[in-house]
Design a protein around this ligand. Structure first.
Ligand code: G6P
Length: 610
C-alpha cells in the first residue's frame, strides 16, 4: 500500500510527480505529499486528504519548483491520516527526506536508540524513525549509499523507501524489501515508482528491483547496488502494456470501464494457453508428466482472488477429480499443517504483491511444494518468486474493486481444470473439446449480459437506503455469492454477507426483515430445487428476492421480486456469467448512493501490509 515515486531530469518534477501519483492513488489516498530538491534545499508540500487537495494547494505544482523530487500517496498504518503524519518525512535539519511504503516493525527500538543520541520525533509514524536512522548513519558515513546499507541492516519489516539527500543534487535514492519498486529510464531523465502504470506516459524501459537492492537515480542514468553496497548489473525490460488502458476511455468510472473489458480479458487469458486446438500449460511448468504427479492442490489467495480460488476448488475437483483445498493466505501462512510433497500450490493474486499471499507462497516453497502463481502484474514479486507463472491478461486494473482481473483468474483456473481432467484421463477428447468450446463462448455471453445492464441500474435505486443484504448460493454459486457480496459491501458500504444457502437456517435467517435484499445465485441444475426452497424461506420472512439464474431455469420466476437471466453455459463455468450482474448491482448501488466508486473508503488495491 502507499504509492511512491521519484524523478530526476530536466523537466519540472512537481508536475510529473502529481501526474504519476494520480495513477498510484489506488494504493492509498488518505494523504499526499511531494518533496523537491532545488539549489541545495529540500522543500516539502504535503497534507491529509486526496491528492487533489495537495494539487490545489500548490497550484498544480507551480509553487514548488525544481527538477528532482519524490512523492507519496498514503494508506495509513502508523499514525492517523494527518498533515504531520503525511509523507515525505524528514530529518530535523532537512538533510534527508523520504517517502516510505511498508512497515518498520522495530520502529520503537529504533526511536529509543536514536533518542539516546539526541533525536526527537514529531510524528506518530514508523517512517520518521527510519528516516532519522538513515540520517544518523549519513552523519557518520557521509554518503547516501553507506547510510542506506547501514540502515537497512537494522530495519525489520517490509519497506520501500525513496529518498533525497540535500547535499546530492539531482539524485534520488531508493531501497526495497518485499514491496515493489521499479526504476524507469528515459532520455536524460529517470524515475522510481511503486508500479509501472505511474510512469508509462514517460518511459517503457524499466528495471525491476530485487529484494534488498538499492538504487541511485541520476538524470538519465540508473545504478543498482546490493545490500552490502556492491554495484550490481540488471537487465532492462520493455513494458508492453497499453498506456491508454490506465485511462477511463469515456466511462464515468474505471470500475465500469473494467467491467466492460472483461470479455477481452477472458479471451486473452484463455488465448495465452490455447494453441492449435489444445490447452498447453508446459510453459507454466505443468507438463503432462508434472500434472500426473500432482497429488493434491492448495489454492491460496486473499479477497476476490480467494473467491476466484473458491470457484476453482469446485471446478477443478469436479472436472479433474483431484482434491483441492482453498486457503486464505493470511491463515495459511501461520498454519502448521502437514503438506504432501507432491502437492501443487496455486497462488492467485492480481497485484502479485499482497503481503499475506506472498508469505503463504514462501511457506509452501519452504515445505518443498511446487508453486504456480496466477498473477496479473508482470514482474511483480509473487510472479518472480513462484516456480512458474500463469499471467492473466487483464491489463492494468485501476478501480480498487476488482472485476476484470477476477474474471481473468477464473478462466485461468478453468484452463487448468480442463487440462488436468484431460491429462489424468477423467475426460476424453470430445468432452475436452466441448468444454474448450464453452470457455471460448464466454466472452460473447459476458457482452450479452452487459447489454442488459439497464435493468440492474433501475433496481439498484431500491437499495439506496438499505442497511443489510444476504447473498446465497450453493456449490459454485456460493463462491459467486461471496464475490457478489464483497462487491456490494466494499463500494456501496451496504453491509452484506454471503451465506452457503443450506446454512441460513442455522442462524442468519433470524436477521431477515421486510424488504431486505436477499440475492440468490442459482446456476447449478442439480441444486435448483434446494436453492429455491431456501430462497422461499427468506421470502416468507419478508426478504426481497433477487435471483440470478440461466435462462433455462424455471424456478422462482413468479415468486421472486426480480430475476436476472444470464446465458446458459456448462455448469462448471457459470461463475463467469453470474458474477457480472452482481458486479453491476454493487456498482449501481454505489453510484446511486453518490459514493466514490473507484476509491472506496479505507481500502487500497494493493495490500502490502499484514
Ligand atoms: C485488496 C483488493 C481486492 C483484492 C485483494 C487481493 O483487498 O481491494 O480487490 O482481491 O486485495 O489482492 P491481490 O492483488 O492479491 O489479488
Amino acid at each position: 500500500m502507499c504509492g511512491i515515486l521519484g524523478y530526476t531530469g530536466d523537466r519540472q518534477a512537481s508536475g510529473i510527480l502529481l501526474a504519476g501519483l494520480a495513477r498510484l492513488e489506488y494504493r492509498g489516498y488518505d494523504s499526499a505529499g511531494i518533496a523537491i530538491l532545488n539549489d541545495g534545499k529540500i522543500k516539502v508540500a504535503k497534507n491529509k486528504g486526496r491528492l487533489k487537495v495537495l494539487e490545489d494547494r500548490i497550484n498544480a505544482g507551480e509553487e514548488v519548483s525544481g527538477t528532482c523530487g519524490i512523492g507519496h500517496t498514503r494508506w495509513a498504518t502508523h499514525g492517523e491520516p494527518s498533515d504531520v503524519n503525511a509523507h515525505p518525512l524528514w530529518s530535523d535539519d532537512m538533510a534527508v527526506v523520504a517517502v516510505h511504503n511498508g512497515i518498520v516493525e522495530n520502529y520503537r527500538e529504533i526511536r529509543k536508540m536514536l533518542g539516546e543520541h539526541g533525536y526527537t520525533f514529531y510524528s506518530q509514524t514508523d517512517t520518521e524513525a527510519a528516516v532519522k536512522l538513515i540520517d544518523f548513519y549519513y552523519k557518520q558515513e557521509k554518503t547516501p549509499l553507506r547510510a542506506i546499507t547501514q540502515a537497512i541492516k537494522k530495519i525489520e519489516g517490509s519497506y520501500c523507501f525513496v529518498l533525497l539527500f540535500k547535499d546530492f543534487p539531482n539524485e534520488v535514492w531508493g531501497a526495497r524489501k518485499d514491496l515493489p519498486l521499479i526504476a524507469g529510464q528515459g532520455k536524460g531523465e529517470s524515475f522510481l515508482a511503486s508500479d509501472v502504470s505511474a510512469i508509462l506516459q514517460d518511459t517503457r524501459q524499466v528495471y525491476y528491483l530485487d529484494n534488498m537492492e538499492i538504487v541511485q537515480l541520476k538524470k538519465g542514468s540508473v545504478r543498482f547496488f546490493d545490500g552490502e553496497g556492491y554495484a550490481t548489473h540488471k537487465e532492462i525490460s520493455e513494458v508492453t502494456w497499453d498506456a491508454n488502458a490506465a485511462e477511463k476511455g469515456g466511462f464515468e468510472h474505471f470500475m465500469m470501464k473494467e467491467i466492460h473489458e472483461q470479455a477481452r480479458a477472458v479471451k486473452d487469458t484463455f488465448g495465452a494457453v490455447y494453441h492449435s486446438g489444445k490447452i498447453d500449460l508446459t510453459e507454466k511448468g505443468l507438463s503432462d508428466e508434472a500434472i500426473k504427479s500432482v497429488s493434491q492442490i492448495y489454492i491460496v489467495a486473499c479477497g476476490s482472488a480467494y473467491h476466484a480460488g473458491a470457484v476453482a476448488q469446485y471446478v477443478i475437483e469436479d472436472l479433474a477429480k483431484i482434491p483441492v483445498r482453498i486457503e486464505m493466505a493470511s491463515e495459511f501462512r501461520y498454519r502448521d499443517m502437514p503438506m504432501d510433497k507432491n502437492a501443487l500450490a496455486i497462488i492467485i493474486s492480481q497485484s502479485g504483491e499482497t503481503a499475506d499471499t506472498l508469505a503463504a507462497m514462501r511457506r509452501a516453497k519452504e515445505n518443498g511444494i511446487k508453486t504456480l502463481a496466477i498473477v496479473n502484474v508482470v514482474g511483480s514479486t509473487i510472479a518472480r518468486e513462484a516456480d512458474s507463472v500463469f499471467y492473466t491478461m487483464a491489463g492494468p486494473e485501476i478501480a480498487v474493486a476488482t472485476t476484470k482481473a477476477y474474471s481473468a483468474q477464473l478462466v485461468a483456473c478453468y484452463a487448468i481444470a480442463v487440462k488436468f481432467a484431460k491429462v489424468r484421463g477423467v475426460i476424453d477428447d470430445s468432452e475436452c473439446e466441448r468444454l474448450i468450446a464453452e470457455i471460448q463462448k464466454l466472452p460473447e455471453k459476458i457482452d450479452e449480459i452487459l447489454d442488459e445492464k439497464g435493468s440492474l441500474e433501475a433496481i439498484a435505486h431500491r437499495f439506496i437506503n438499505a442497511r443489510n443484504a444476504f447473498y446465497l448460493g450453493r456449490n459454485i454459486d456460493y463462491a459467486v455469492a461471496m464475490e457478489g457480496s464483497l462487491k456490494m459491501k466494499e463500494i456501496s458500504y451496504l453491509h452484506s454477507e454471503a451465506i452457503a444457502a443450506g446454512e441460513m437456517k442455522h442462524g442468519p435467517i433470524s436477521l431477515i426483515e421486510k424488504g431486505m435484499l436477499v440475492a440468490g445465485v442459482m446456476t447449478q441444475k442439480n441444486l435448483y430445487q434446494k436453492m429455491a426452497s431456501n430462497m422461499l424461506e427468506a421470502r416468507s420472512r419478508g426478504g426481497f428476492l433477487l435471483i440470478v439464474s440461466p435462462r433455462d431455469c424455471d424456478y422462482l420466476k413468479d415468486e421472486a421480486d426480480f430475476v436476472f437471466h444470464v446465458p446458459e453455459t456448462d455448469g462448471h463455468f457459470t461463475a463467469s456469467l453470474a458474477v457480472i450482474p452482481l458486479q453491476l448491482l454493487g456498482y449501481y448501488v454505489a453510484v446511486a448512493r453518490k459514493l466514490d466508486v473507484d476509491k472506496p473508503r479505507n481500502l487500497a488495491k494493493s495490500v502490502t501490509v499484514e
